[in-house]
Design a protein around this ligand. Sequence first.
Ligand SMILES: [Zn+2]
Length: 304
Amino acid sequence: MTALLDAALGYAARGIPAYPVHWPRPIPGETSLACSCPRGPACDRPAKHPFLRHGVRDATTDPDQIGHWWRRWPQANVGLATGVVFDALDIDGPAGLAALHQLAGTVSLRLAGPLVATGGGGWHHWFAPTGLGNRPPRDLAHVDWRGRGDCVLAPPSRHISGGSYRWLVGLDQAPLPEVPAALRVRLDPDPPTTTRPARPAGPDLPGHPYGRAVLAAELAVLGRATAGQRNHTLNRTAFKVYRYVASGVLDDEEVTLAFTTAGLAIGLSAAETSRTLASARTAGLANPRTVPAPPDPSRQEVRA
Ligand SMILES: [Zn+2]
């Protein structure tokens, strides 16, 4: 597990304070993972809470201290203090993407810069620090801002689901951008005094829960696509989801919004994204798929 130590040292070398976080460990005889803390499978923040008592306040850029920690706990996840070298926009899965897309439809919102796919199916956009603390941006549900005093997990930390945090756009590939003005204004403590129409609390995606779970899972697969596979993965994942649109399980427009935003977030061009989605949509709509029926007890009896 030197990858975690190397990564922590790399962040520290960039001036980003790092600290050890609990990690997912196998449960003997089971396929699922449990938190490495004493609460194990009962932990309510598995593999996401600090290993040391003071948490992010223990974070350091001292290579000796980092070496000491990760040699002692080689599997520890890598927590990073935000608000020092970078802030992060924390997008909590498809609902967060949909909210951002809604905003991007009305204002200029270019999210260029380092981008992490979280192990749990969300995304972290990294920005130059704003000096602000952590706060949810106004009018954006399922999206958070990690600033001064807060923290994020960083690649190659592992999620309790078995997925890993990974770079979609690395720190060497793009400089830390300033926060787009349209987003920055939503982070300021004092809301503008202009009246605005009341909006619903969040863009909850319509559709059957099964369909929404399929959408979330496929978006997570797309988020993990490697560089040469992004367009192909967009086509494959969107096709699967459009099959549920064809049977009325999911909403056409919401699915298109989510995949468009996800495509752009992983670095595909707008043209590529729209071309691939159009083709996946045509194929998916021609092959409807419905929610699996619950097991039929009479058939089970026959089989038994
Ligand atoms: Zn725990």
